[in-house]
Ligand binder design. Sequence first.
Ligand code: ADP
Ligand code: MG
Ligand code: MG
Length: 885
Amino acid sequence: MPHRVLVPFGGNAAPAHWLGKNHLGGKGANLAEMAATGLPVPPGFIIPTPLCSQYYEAGGQLPSALVEALPEGLAHIEAAVGGRFGDAANPLLVSVRSGARVSMPGMMDTVLNLGLNRDTVEGLARRSGNRRFAFDSFRRFIQMYADVVLGLDHYLFEDALELMKDDRGVHLDTALSADDMEALVGQYLAIVEEALGRPFPMDPLEQLQGAIGAVFGSWRSERATVYRRLNHIPEDWGTAVTVQAMVFGNMGEDSATGVAFTRDPATGERAIYGEFLVNAQGEDVVAGIRTPQYLTKSARERAGAAGVSMEEAMPGVFAELASLFALLERHYRDMQDIEFTVQEGRLWLLQTRTGKRTGKAALRIACEMVDEGLIGETEAVQRVDPAVLDQLLHPTLDPAAPREVIASGLPASPGAASGAIVLDSQEAERRAALGEAVILVRAETSPEDIAGMHAARGILTARGGMTSHAAVVARGMGRPCVSGAGTIRIDAAERLVHTGRHTLSEGAIITIDGTTGQVMLGEIPTVEPELSGHFATLMEWADRHRRMKVRANAETPADCRVARQFGAEGIGLARTEHMFFDPGRIVLVRRMILAQEPAERAAALAQLLPLQRADFLEIFNEMAGLPVTIRLLDPPLHEFLPQREQDYQELAEASGLSVATLRRRAEELREMNPMLGHRGCRLGVTSPDIYGMQARAIFEAALAARTPPFPEIMIPLVATRRELDLMKTVVDAAAEEVFGAAGRRLDYLVGTMIELPRAALRAGEIAATAEFFSFGTNDLTQTTLGISRDDSAHFLAAYLEQGIYPRDPFVTLDVDGVGELVELAARRGRETRPLLKLGICGEHGGDPASIAFVEGLGLDYVSCSPWRVPIARLAAAQAALARAA
Ligand code: ADP
Ligand code: MG
Ligand code: MG
């Protein structure tokens, strides 16, 4: 019956939860389900989500079918609880509650105690024999209704309440008498009339319609809109509205209200966790009007709190609550977040939903629920959001430690780190070599800062977005990073860092939290990640259900070690240029680049050869026979050019060329648009000897490795088959020479990165030469969208806000555009070469949504930064399970 405008629950209503959360909203569906299960839930009715859209289509009017149906809905509640809506002798009061498909905690509005007016409040007082309670409820209702429906400022009412308390010399509103409450009601009504120019609406039906409209309206409130955008919740879902009989936690000492989790949401411990307040209503607990008390005796004792726990104060009700929690967990088979109220000793449930939890708790709960037989292993694997692993793999700030935040920026790379401020890469390396913990603070970083970033415990930049150089490199290295902290100013000459209120000199200690984007003064204690226990268990389960392999992007022995520790099954991308930036080699690299004569270049290359060989040998030994994809030199040459006068001097000495000559050569190499310039295989085409040297170094190292490795040599930025043919000839020639001289051979593959649209389109013919494809989705995104990764920060936010792209295309693969190219290239490549090995090695290789997409294409592996390997393992397992389902 999709056209029903009201769906009753509780009392003698038929079960309705089968209509689902999309229709009833999460809160409504769970209330209906609890009611149908026979749990103590106040009866009510749900106005389904489509009515919210109708409300907006009608320009903010309640649909007439709904208005006509309201008496019928109220009659259902009246029949179930006794009492009548608007009846002066025995009034029914209701709450009007929001509730979308997915919970948006605190984002939308609720009105309690609706139906009160001058007449019904007297009836409530008489029937309850509790005049104070009746007027307390009325004043709460006036304030909430005025705030939510009439748009008045709640401070007006809170001020009046404070004045009253001062007047009576009391601190708590529970200490106010019935007469005080009655006086407050009079004041509140006057406040409304004064502000509005008309009296407070006393007609209960008018109140109800007003509240329903306001709850619909709160779907588009500023905060709800922002929350939806951050959580990718579609605008057109709308909210359902629940109208429900009130139960009262404010009827005296045997009444209370509270919130609880069935397990500890911070640690996952299997223990009831929560708070309650005696003689209070709904939102008092969260609003912080009084300090809530603990639910359990043990939690109270652990916290050393004074207030008596619910377990001690109301042992009977607590025992009932505890047994309902167990029942709800068994029913929903997940940790629940529950709202309850106790009215004169009787327990009522007002909400249950799957509880939000930390990453640590998510792991523990998933594993323990398997042990308890509540869920199966595959369900546990599917339950844990891979993104939360990020919190677990890095040190985090000790939540109990005090902190002074002095600046904030973007949470560019997770984890927390403390150290001395250093303002340049050399200083970072120097101090780190002496064992000092340092934080590299730069306006922005460039490839030249790599060594300093590696030496630092964390990176802080004043400029740059989530995909800036600093952010991408820091994530790759597993270094915490806060980028784009706009209030920071760096005075390089005086070697000072200015923040809004502070001036810090180089060497001052700061702490950065790359998970929140905060920068703090001094050293704040951190907590180390825990990689055994539940984490290890869940990863083991995940691996059993994973189809794709997971590799890492790594080129230093340290990163390779981290990668293996996190379960990488090979290297998907070793970038050789990072080795070229090593301070001990950069002079050689520069000589090679700026050489004028072939002989000069050959001399520089001959000196680089043993160094590269040693690099590769370390990687091969570290990876012990696992496949290693090595990408030959890729970046624009100008990135290696000398920057400072001192660089030119050093180079002149080493090469015997004059500074003037070197400067002229460097000038010749400058490019307007280096990302589309002389880079990638174009370097190999114009200087085959560079790739020849690299290939030779790879094969010599491979023969020397402890375990025979499996090298996969990758040619970057190929657009045509001919480029790849030429480069493969160079690589194969080096192999023949090395193998011939050694009298021993090794298997290897030559393949290419697919990172230009033309390569994707011509994948069929490129695969005739290429033995593997690795999708370089960073560049492929850049070249397909025509958006520069480094320059997009200024407009990308506006693009996301206006829904032009649903997600940052450099974080989550643009499935419609770039994804189609990937799909097409995979298909055409396999048509030519059925066993073509296919992988992805961009930032997307560690992004769960992108991993799910490439699982669908049947790629063989994903490759991501070492720190994201566990995330990729879990995401790949989930993608495989989802595909199988
Ligand atoms: P939110 O989504 O912001 O939590 P709710 O609709 O759950 O909003 O309600 C806010 C508070 O009012 C909660 O503490 C809830 O338990 C309480 N509440 C809602 N409806 C009733 C009711 N019928 N009787 C008593 N308390 C209620
Ligand atoms: Mg709630
Ligand atoms: Mg590239």
